[in-house]
Design a protein around this ligand. Structure first.
Ligand code: HEM
Length: 141
């Protein structure tokens, strides 16, 4: 359950990151593909080389979806409903992978925020990304 303080921290970080969405998203994807190579099987049609146009474009889409979710923290199910359908019915992404990408996003934030990535920010993002992952996986039931 996100507290009022968690929500503030999440929104502050998303606002600060708003001009770097493509970069942060692409870095998170590259980390996921490198650290958990099995995730690459969902992207056979992508050029997965460092800095590819597809990684940057997809990074922007994923990070923008997260920033949008951060503006709808009281309404995540509705805000992510279409993405949930897409990942469950069309893409059939095994929900275990959501945790892997979340983990990579946390590392990207830590790298870029440095000392501002406090334990409180870490905890707030952990809850936020877990909540996003639950919504993206809820259609699998
Ligand atoms: C597509 C968001 C996790 C695989 C997308 C799109 C978004 C998105 C916004 C584009 C939808 C569109 O074009 O309409 C997210 C978010 C995630 C997440 C917010 C979790 C935080 C994952 C994971 C995988 C995955 C973990 C697999 C390891 C895909 C694939 C596509 C896609 C294969 C289609 C790519 C294409 O062909 O363009 N996702 N995603 N997603 N996602 Fe995710």
């Amino acid at each position: 359950m996100l507290t009022t303080d968690d929500k503030k921290l999440i929104q502050q970080v998303c606002e600060r990151s708003s001009s770097h969405l493509e970069q942060f998203g692409a870095e998170a994807l590259e980390r996921m593909f490198t650290t958990y190579p099995q995730t690459k099987t969902y992207f056979p049609h992508f050029d997965l080389q460092h800095g590819s146009e597809q990684i940057r474009g997809h990074g922007r889409k994923v990070a923008t979806a997260l920033a949008n979710a951060a503006k709808n923290l009281d309404n995540l199910s509705q805000a992510l409903s279409e993405l949930s359908n897409l990942h469950a019915y069309n893409l059939r992404v095994d929900p275990i992978n959501f945790k892997l990408l979340s983990q990579c996003f946390q590392v990207v934030l830590a790298v870029h925020l440095g000392k501002d990535y406090t334990p409180e920010v870490h905890a707030a993002f952990d809850k936020f990304l877990s909540a996003v992952a639950s919504v993206l996986a809820e259609k699998y039931r």
